[in-house]
Design a protein around this ligand. Structure first.
Ligand code: MF3
Ligand code: CO
Length: 291
């Protein structure tokens, strides 16, 4: 149930419109759905037009970072050089890298190679070798607004096996995004991802998921990439979240580096890939804000 507001008072969302002409009809419908047992979004999860515009500006920084990274990926470079380029692009656009000092994370970007699932450190010791696959996960803060996306890159000539993992993982993300529409269900996103990964003989990491994003780095809702029912929620316009499946060639189990507490790798040592886009639920479907 939403906190009651007079129908002729300004809407809580800050649009300047009367509640009855803004979120009242949506919330009435959501409350009916809630009574039938569905989980519904909180007001906090819904962004207004002004916030969306500002988040989109932040997304431009993230896209520019990853476009710059795409230009530099080649065998022999150090992961730290990716960190350098992300810093250059980010600061030159007046933004700040979101990962830096986030819960103690010591770099500006994550670079996760081959069997690394996520949160890889871009150090000077890590070199990209011919045949590697690497996820570069970039997040920016511009004027207090957050963006978050990641892409896979193939380093030089890569085996057909690895190329297939990278391609199928991207398809998983895309199939998840296809489920994003007003009055859709968040569980359908994860179900679509899991089904596509399984059909290809792969597994999907369960406990690390996507998330609301924009006013903070990680907001509700949690986006399950396996469609866990307990995270299901009805989707309505103005929600912004990431879809970022981690798909493993072997089993879904992973281990976290006990020394640095961040780097996550597959337990069986098999390869893992990840793609991440940030999406907005619109009046008639979805808009990809960041890739
Ligand atoms: N960018 C990651 C995500 O997709 C989060 C990384 S947390 C960090 O949510 F601290 F490692 F940056
Ligand atoms: Co994310």
């Amino acid at each position: 149930m939403f906190e009651k507001i007079g129908r002729n008072l300004p809407c809580w969302c800050g649009s300047g419109k009367k509640y009855k002409n803004c979120h009242y009809p949506i919330e009435t419908r959501l409350e009916t759905m809630e009574q039938s047992g569905l989980h519904i979004p909180t007001r906090k999860m819904i962004k207004n037009a002004d916030q969306i515009a500002r988040i989109k500006e932040s997304c431009k920084v993230n896209i520019a970072c990853l476009d710059a990274v795409a230009e530099m990926i080649k065998p022999g470079i150090k992961a730290s050089e990716i960190n350098d380029v992300v810093n250059e692009v980010t600061y030159s656009m007046g933004a700040v890298p979101a990962p830096l000092h986030y819960e103690g994370y010591p770099y500006s970007v994550c670079t996760s190679i081959n069997d690394m699932v996520c949160h890889g450190f871009p150090t000077t010791h890590v070199h990209l070798h011919e045949g590697d696959i690497v996820n570069v996960d970039c997040s920016s803060i511009l004027d207090g607004y957050y963006s978050d996306s990641s892409r896979m890159f193939c380093v030089g000539e890569v085996s057909e096996e690895r190329k297939r993992l990278v391609r199928v993982t991207r398809e998983c993300m895309q199939k998840g995004i296809e489920q994003v529409k007003p009055w859709g269900r968040l569980k359908d996103v994860g179900e679509a991802i899991l089904a596509h990964a399984k059909a290809a003989g792969y597994s999907v990491v369960k406990d690390i998921g996507g998330h609301g994003c924009g006013l903070e780095f990680h907001e509700d809702p949690f986006v399950s990439h396996v469609g866990e029912m307990r995270y299901d929620i009805v989707l309505v316009p103005g929600m912004i979240f990431t879809i970022e499946p981690m798909v493993n060639a072997g089993g879904p189990e992973y281990v976290t580096d006990p020394h640095n507490g961040w780097e996550v790798s597959t337990r069986d040592g098999k390869d893992s890939a990840q793609w991440e886009n940030m999406v907005l639920v619109t009046e008639d479907g979805c808009e990809i804000l960041c890739w």
